[in-house]
Design a protein around this ligand. Structure first.
Ligand code: SF4
Length: 232
């Protein structure tokens, strides 16, 4: 049986990749190496979820357990908007090196299941790294079973992440359609809205005018002083 090292980005993505390979008669060995997942609590949640899923489905799992915040940020800092290729290469190169050093015939990745990743770029990088290490990149278009995998992951209670992995993808989740930089504003005490302030000033002026008018009307209605007091 062909020995394939399957780089795994997270448990939910691995569900149908493992099944598909097993259906082909390939028993993959899982390989965890993802220095692109931040912050640490997120990294740990995904890693631990994979540990327990591997046990559940009887998958041999190799871990290169490295929370690589600094290494990752340093590697992509010169090209933040085009960082994914570097991220794929970091992970696939480490997987290929391990596979080549441990007698595997091929390596692959669960990144190939996601319709949100740059599929063709992953394939291109995988094949190029494979040539470098003298090991085949096992390409499969796992995307056809992506939704099935997500559904099964939900049913199995696996941890489902809300963003791709790096801090930049976490930021994009929240601020994709909003400006990142805004001018400073006073938030407390809450400044009065200028329109509301104009309305309040107008109401105060109206109230003052009304009071003045009423004072004048009252003055006109006062009876004149009694003449008796001067005739006595
Ligand atoms: S968005 Fe995802 S693939 Fe791209 S750099 Fe971040 S973690 Fe890597």
């Amino acid at each position: 049986m062909e020995r394939t090292l399957l780089h795994i980005c997270c448990a939910p993505c691995s569900v149908t990749c493992i099944d598909s390979l097993r259906e082909e008669g390939i028993e993959p060995v899982g390989f965890w190496y993802n220095p692109n997942i931040h912050p640490y609590t997120e990294y740990r949640a995904r890693r631990d979820c994979l540990r327990s899923y591997a046990e559940q489905v009887g998958l041999t799992l190799i871990e290169q357990d490295e929370y690589g915040l600094r290494k990752f940020v340093t590697a992509v800092s010169h090209t933040l908007e085009d960082r994914c290729g570097i991220c794929y290469a970091m992970r696939l190169e480490t997987a290929a090196a391990y596979a080549a050093a441990h007698g595997f015939e091929s390596f692959s990745t669960t990144l190939l299941v996601s319709p949100y990743q740059r599929h063709d770029l992953i394939r291109q990088i995988g094949e190029s790294i494979g040539r470098k290490y003298g090991i085949a990149f096992l390409y499969r278009d796992f995307r056809v079973r992506f939704h099935e995998g997500q559904q099964r992951a939900r049913e199995a209670g696996l941890y489902l992440q809300k963003y791709c992995g790096c801090v930049f993808s976490e930021e994009e989740r929240y601020v994709k359609h909003r400006p990142l930089e805004k001018p400073p504003v006073q938030v407390w005490p809450k400044p009065v809205n200028p329109k509301k302030l104009a309305r309040m000033q107008k109401a105060a002026a109206n109230a003052a005018a009304r009071a003045e008018h009423e004072r004048k009307m009252a003055a006109r209605q006062e009876p004149p002083a009694s003449p008796l007091s001067s005739e006595e």
